[in-house]
Ligand binder design. Structure first.
Ligand code: 8YV
Length: 326
């Protein structure tokens, strides 16, 4: 029997390619070129499945040009690169990669919070430039983390992981805002108190964004929200570019309207708003919150397993929509 054809849109662990090759005819991209929408549409020709990352957009135009497509498996928990409505109406199953990255991403959120509050990269740059000539009592004094108030916007699995680290490990008071309130059990496990977004912004010493990107969450933090925050507060975004208005944030950082920010995601990434590079009080990382070997391997394997399970047995592990007729 001829094997079904699939596309792996970006470079991936060779072991995972091998795993897929046992079931499918695989077209891969181990040179890791970032294809334009047109090239991606072309590459999908004849493929019944595809493994994508957050960088590949699956939209109506691509689906229309590829009526043979049955499933796209995203190697990411976020799936704002998918037009789910278009996929559902085209009968294409969408899957993501939840759970396997929760703790690793929560670790990173905490790392970025610490680096931001304690001015770790700013002080390292100072040292590397050879500017450190003497100790001074107020050199790189930052914001307290332990015992302070953490405000989390977006209390899904990763938000809860961060809340637990904060409450249990650092004795922080945790407040959160979410579309829906957590159950009393989850609130008590996270030692977190639900508040309105305005109250969170006004009272938190550190604000952490872990909300999925959608039209509703676009610019959750803009000039107005930044103006409500304490001048000593920090802001961390490990969610998605577009949750924060980066231009407004760069201005707020420049004017010391808030103390500092830590950003792992950016509007229009990998491009950066150039104003962010001109302010010292921001820690910048290139979308690496889930980047440990073990976690990236688990994400890739879960995406591969979704393709294998669905295309060989008709049932994916972590589906995002329901389709019929496959
Ligand atoms: C991915 C992420 O590494 O899972 C997500 O939603 O943002 C990251 O963990 C990135 O999207 C590449 O797929």
């Amino acid at each position: 029997m001829t094997k079904k054809s699939i596309l792996v849109a970006r470079a991936i662990f060779p072991e995972v390619l091998e795993m897929l090759s046992q079931h499918f005819q695989v077209e891969s991209n181990q040179s890791d070129e970032v294809w334009s929408a047109d090239v991606l549409k072309q590459k999908m020709q004849g493929k019944v499945g595809a493994l994508t990352t957050g960088s590949e957009r699956i939209d109506a135009a691509l689906l229309q040009a590829n009526p043979q497509l049955k499933i796209v498996a995203n190697m990411a928990v976020g799936y704002n690169n998918f037009d789910i409505a278009a996929m559902t109406s085209a009968g294409v199953l969408a899957t993501n990669a939840p759970d396997v990255l929760t703790e690793t991403t929560a670790d990173f959120g905490f790392a970025l919070l610490m680096a931001t509050a304690r001015r770790i990269t700013e002080s390292e740059h100072y040292l590397r430039k050879g500017l450190w000539t003497k100790w001074s009592y107020d050199m790189f004094t930052g914001a307290e983390v332990h015992g302070s108030m953490l405000g989390i916007i977006g209390m899904g699995r990763i938000g809860q992981g961060i809340a637990k680290r904060a409450a249990h490990g650092f004795g922080m008071r945790v407040i959160y805002h979410n579309r829906s309130r957590l159950s009393a059990d989850l609130e008590s496990a996270c030692k977190a108190t639900y508040v309105a977004k305005e109250e969170l912004l006004r009272t938190a010493d550190h604000v952490m964004l872990v909300v999925p990107y959608s039209a509703e969450s676009h610019h959750t933090i803009g000039a107005k929200e930044l103006s409500c925050m304490k001048p000593t507060a920090t802001l961390v975004n490990i969610a998605r570019g577009g949750i924060v208005d980066d231009a407004a944030l760069a201005l707020a950082l420049k004017n010391k309207q808030i103390a500092a920010a830590g950003l792992d995601v950016f509007e229009g990434e990998p491009a950066l708003n150039p104003a962010l590079l001109t302010v010292p009080n921001v820690v910048l990382t290139p979308h690496i919150a889930s980047a440990t070997i073990q976690t990236r391997m688990a994400m890739a394997k879960l995406a591969a397993d979704n393709l294998i399970e669905f295309l060989t047995k008709g049932k994916a592990l972590t589906p995002l929509n329901q389709v019929t007729g496959n």
